[in-house]
Write a protein that binds this ligand. Structure first.
Ligand code: SF4
Length: 307
């Protein structure tokens, strides 16, 4: 982002953040699931599960999470602390979600149980892996996923290895993936409590987070000039995060929920909509919006697809 762009966008993005009642959008967001719990250890576990499955339609992945939570009978921590794979396996029959088979989901829950039994909590493991000297949470996340992935999956699959449907739940920056769902989870755990995020892992500074790169963040970031990169990968996530640091270096992801829901809510639709752009408080800093209302001429921005 050029300094001219920063100057233009800074007051707009700050006023956008202050004027939007973001908490009203919680019901349409997977963060609603961990918000049902009060024990920090349960918020961590339900958050991890909800974020891991947060792809596709919200109502569909929430339904899959609800089925697993129902097995936990309102007490995820004690359920996982006493998890017995032999006893529990039949109870998962018929539970699956898109790319994740029943075995994949069962193995993921089994791995969560091993983390609880071995390290006490998800947060205890993640925080033990954090290194202050590292630039961002990418290396910590890679170590975390490395440890979880090393848990012996033979009790579930009967053989060594991680099938694709389980691997999809354990994405790592080490493979260059944007790790949208894990970065979303980390935002929930690390950002200060504000009615959306929980601020549970206070040892980890919010300035080390990397933005969860979903399809809405990719396109709106391009409209606002927060990134020039074409490929929606870890490097793009870092670039957008770096751009947002121009507006708040210590807590750049405070803008993530609002920008993402600008897209999810349809207030910033994929199809060009002159009236919606006219009503948008980001219009003066948005190339696409200014084209839509006829303020500037030019070619359309290239489209980007993110899975
Ligand atoms: S001005 Fe239009 S395109 Fe730009 S962010 Fe707002 S609604 Fe979206």
């Amino acid at each position: 982002m050029t300094s001219k762009q920063k100057e233009r966008l800074a007051p707009l993005i700050k006023s956008f953040f202050q004027s939007h009642p973001h908490a009203e959008r919680i019901k349409a967001d997977p963060v609603e699931l961990p918000h049902r719990y009060t024990d920090p250890r349960e918020i961590e576990l339900v958050g991890w599960l909800a974020a891991a499955l947060a792809y596709g339609r919200v109502d569909l992945f929430k339904a899959a999470v609800e089925k697993i939570l129902a097995l936990m009978e309102g007490r995820p921590y004690s359920y996982l602390a006493r998890f017995d794979p032999v006893r529990e396996r039949p109870r998962f029959k018929g539970i699956y979600y898109r790319l994740n088979s029943t075995d994949d989901l069962f193995c993921f829950i089994y791995m969560m149980s091993r983390v609880v039994q071995r390290f006490g909590s998800v947060g205890a493991l993640f925080r033990s892996l954090y290194r202050e000297e590292e630039e961002d949470l990418g290396p910590t996340l890679s170590r975390f996923i490395g440890i979880v992935s090393s848990i012996d999956s033979r009790p579930v699959y009967g053989k060594k290895g991680i099938p694709d449907g389980l691997r999809q739940l354990l994405s790592s920056p080490a493979q260059g993936s944007a790790c949208k769902r894990m970065n979303l989870y980390l935002r929930w755990m690390v950002r200060p409590s504000d009615g959306i995020d929980f601020g549970l892992w206070r040892e980890v500074p919010p300035g080390k987070l990397i933005i969860p790169l979903d399809t809405h963040i990719v396109r709106i970031s391009r409209y606002l000039g927060l990134t020039r990169r074409k490929s929606p990968d870890w490097k793009m996530a870092k670039e957008i995060t770096q751009s947002l640091k121009a507006f708040d270096p210590l807590d750049p992801l405070k803008y993530d929920f609002g920008l993402c829901h600008l897209g999810i809510s349809g207030a910033c639709p994929i199809e060009r909509d002159r009236e919606k752009c006219r009503a948008c408080s980001l219009l003066d800093g948005c190339r696409r919006g200014r084209r839509a209302v006829g303020a500037i001429q030019g070619l359309p921005l290239p489209s980007i697809t993110i899975s």
